[in-house]
Ligand binder design. Structure first.
Ligand code: FE
Length: 143
């Protein structure tokens, strides 16, 4: 019983954290994450960031992409060749705007992040084209 209560308390805490993060979203972030919007290319804050660290979901804090897989794609959006973890993202078919694309969503909160294409660099050959506005950057702490 105590364990169950503890579990509930933890889960409540987690949900509160998610709600607080959601409240802090700007209108543009809401549009991208919840209405599958796309930011104007070359306007996002993470495009040219070369610091070491982790990009997390701006809506739920889930770890999404590591700086180690980031590359310069020239597209105007932050690009990665792989997600950080198995539980980072999920994909769905997206046939909107007369294009056949694969949508990338946060696996935890289902927020829209961007799209994935198969013209990326080795070792995966994938290009995760992600909106800066969907990401928070957590700089790696120096040891
Ligand atoms: Fe999320």
């Amino acid at each position: 019983m105590v364990e169950i209560m503890k579990g509930l308390k933890e889960s409540n805490k987690k949900h509160k954290k998610e709600r607080d993060l959601k409240k802090k979203l700007t209108p543009e972030q809401r549009h991208i994450l919840m209405e599958k919007g796309t930011e104007v290319p070359f306007t996002g804050k993470h495009i040219h960031n070369k610091e070491k660290g982790m990009y997390v979901c701006v809506m739920c804090g889930n770890k999404l992409f590591s700086s180690e897989t980031k590359f310069e794609s020239g597209t105007g959006w932050p690009s990665f060749y792989a997600p950080a973890l198995n539980d980072s993202v999920k994909t769905e078919k997206d046939n909107s705007h007369l294009m056949k694309r694969t949508e990338v969503l946060c696996k935890k909160c289902s927020g829209h992040l961007g799209h994935v294409f198969d013209d990326g660099p080795e070792p995966t050959g994938l290009r995760y084209c992600i909106n800066s506005a969907a990401l928070n950057f957590k700089k790696e702490k120096k040891k």
